[in-house]
Design a protein around this ligand. Structure first.
Ligand code: GDG
Length: 481
């Protein structure tokens, strides 16, 4: 990629986890992706340290780790409560995952969201050099681009949303939804994982914000123009293949193979979250055991659900519900030498996880709604091509847009999921191999480097194009000229 040598990449995300060599166990999908992306360039990663202080100071701590400059700020406890636990995790997260029943519309949350975004802008401003490009990540920081523009920043600024963009009927339930969307028009590029999330955004802009689509794909509204795009995130495919070779991965693989005792293993790996459809998956599995008694004792499910946001009540309730469902299923179906579900909350290292993926016969990635889902891609990358496992994937994960050779299911239908598992268990080796090959080609091609390069290139193009006179406008709905 030909960009100015002086042009650094500044990535901003709410939470920073230092890009440890292969990622700390607590890193979620976003953090994994950003550390891998920044390891390739001499960039800055700016965000919240994860620490609470009594009063906000705006003091930046700088450190260099694994070739990346990490710049962090501490936040006030009240900000963490109302902005992070509040607006981000109790308002936007459930709403954008279609759970308006769990969405809390507290005015104080919205105020804290605005306040923290201003604080981010004030502290980030002095770090931005004239040729830097600024890439802001995720729903915690939607207004940050606007705040930077108001402080005079003329640099290319892009925004990437890691979660779905919901249907307009849902966004309309959010107080001040127009203001939120208007903020996005201060970016040069706004990225989504899939065409579906992009289309949902465009639908709001055209129907609810009097916006228009230009012939070159850009959108205008609120007197401004933005380029929306679909940039499906990938994994560090090569890095993941290397992990498989590690002694730790080999050891965890061996442990699982031994404990399988010849049985087939179904595997679920999720951050414990209601969007991941874990309860529904367990119920589909119960249905399978009930409807196909011949499979009893032949299979078991290893469900690894690790929790990160235990401070939010919805997550505490989830842990109790999950344990109670899996306990009930085990109580009803287990035999003296067979347990149908291994329900695990413990975190594993990346290497251990790689070995576990490789030992699985079927991966159940069945979120009810998911921006992308990196577990699906990691599972594929970890397989042995001589004997690959089968991916069962929800049609409501962004990943389903790319991973067409998985068995695509409706996670709301227990029968649909249970049928897919039966099909996966019976799938001949040749079919498993050809499906895996096609999936693996995609995982390797659309990896984390491709994601970063495509987004950064789009920011440069949008910036250059913004300097030229605008092209004629054409309304999206009017095709007759
Ligand atoms: C958001 C979006 C989008 C899980 N358990 C352990 C562990 N993990 C790692 C997995 C994977 C990551 O966590 C989960 O990534 P996902 O993509 O599945 O989900 P979110 O965390 O919700 O991420 C999502 C993503 O952002 C990127 O844009 O795909 O849609 O919701 O990497 O491996 N890692 C370790 N131990 C565990 O026990 N080490």
């Amino acid at each position: 990629m030909e960009h100015s040598a002086l042009s650094r990449l500044i990535v901003v995300s709410n939470r920073i986890s230092a890009p440890a060599p292969e990622g700390a166990a607590s890193q979620g999908g976003l953090a994994m992706a950003i550390s891998a992306a920044l390891r390739q360039s001499s960039g800055i990663w700016f965000g919240w340290s994860g620490n609470a202080i009594d009063e906000f100071t705006g003091q930046i701590s700088m450190q260099r780790e694994a070739g990346v400059t990490i710049a962090t700020i501490d936040l006030e406890a009240q900000d963490i409560d109302e902005y992070y636990n509040g607006y981000a995790n109790r308002t936007l997260w459930p709403l954008f995952h279609y759970r308006i029943d769990l969405t809390q519309y507290e005015r104080s949350f919205g105020e804290a969201y605005a306040r923290v975004n201003k604080r981010f802008a004030d502290t980030l401003l002095p770090l931005i050099g004239p040729d830097d490009i600024v890439w802001i990540q995720d729903y915690h920081l939607i207004p940050l681009g606007r705040e930077l523009r108001e402080r005079g920043v003329k640099n290319a600024i892009g925004f990437f949303l890691h979660i779905p963009w919901p249907a307009r009927e849902l966004i309309l339930t959010l107080p001040r939804h127009r203001q939120l969307v208007e903020s996005l028009f201060h970016y040069d590029v706004v990225g989504f994982h899939t065409e579906e999330w992009k289309a949902a955004f465009q639908s709001y802009v055209i129907n609810d914000a009097d916006g228009m689509a230009l012939s070159d794909g850009r959108l205008t509204a609120f007197g401004r123009t933005v380029r929306p795009g679909a940039f499906p995130i990938g994994i560090d495919a090569q890095g993941f293949k290397d992990l498989i070779q590690s002694p730790v991965a080999q050891e965890s693989y061996d442990r699982i193979i031994e404990s399988k005792a010849g049985r087939k293993m179904l595997l679920g790996v999720d951050r414990l979250d209601y969007s991941k459809g874990i309860d529904e998956r367990l119920l589909a599995y119960e249905r399978l055991l009930t409807d196909s008694p011949e499979l009893r004792r032949q299979i078991f499910l290893l469900q690894i659900s690790t929790y990160t946001r235990s401070e939010v009540t919805a997550y505490q309730d989830m842990i109790e519900r999950l344990d109670s469902i899996s306990g009930r299923i085990n109580g009803a179906h287990a035999e003296m030498d067979w347990i149908p579900i291994r329900n695990v909350h413990r975190m594993h290292s990346r290497e251990e996880l790689a070995g576990i993926y490789r030992a699985a016969d079927v991966a159940l990635v069945t979120p009810l709604r998911d921006g992308m889902n990196l577990v699906a891609k990691e599972f594929v990358a970890a397989q042995d091509e001589a004997n690959p496992g089968v991916l069962v994937l929800s049609r409501f994960a962004g990943a389903a847009w790319q991973m067409r050779d998985a068995l695509i299911v409706n996670p709301f239908s227990q029968e649909d999921v249970s049928d897919a598992v039966k099909r996966a268990l019976a799938m001949p080796l040749k079919e498993r191999q050809s499906r895996w090959r096609a999936l693996m080609d995609g995982v390797e091609r659309d990896d984390i480097n491709a994601w970063r390069d495509n987004f950064v290139a789009a920011m440069h193009e949008a910036r250059d194009q913004g300097r030229k006179p605008p092209r004629p406008r054409i309304a999206a709905a009017r095709k007759d000229g």
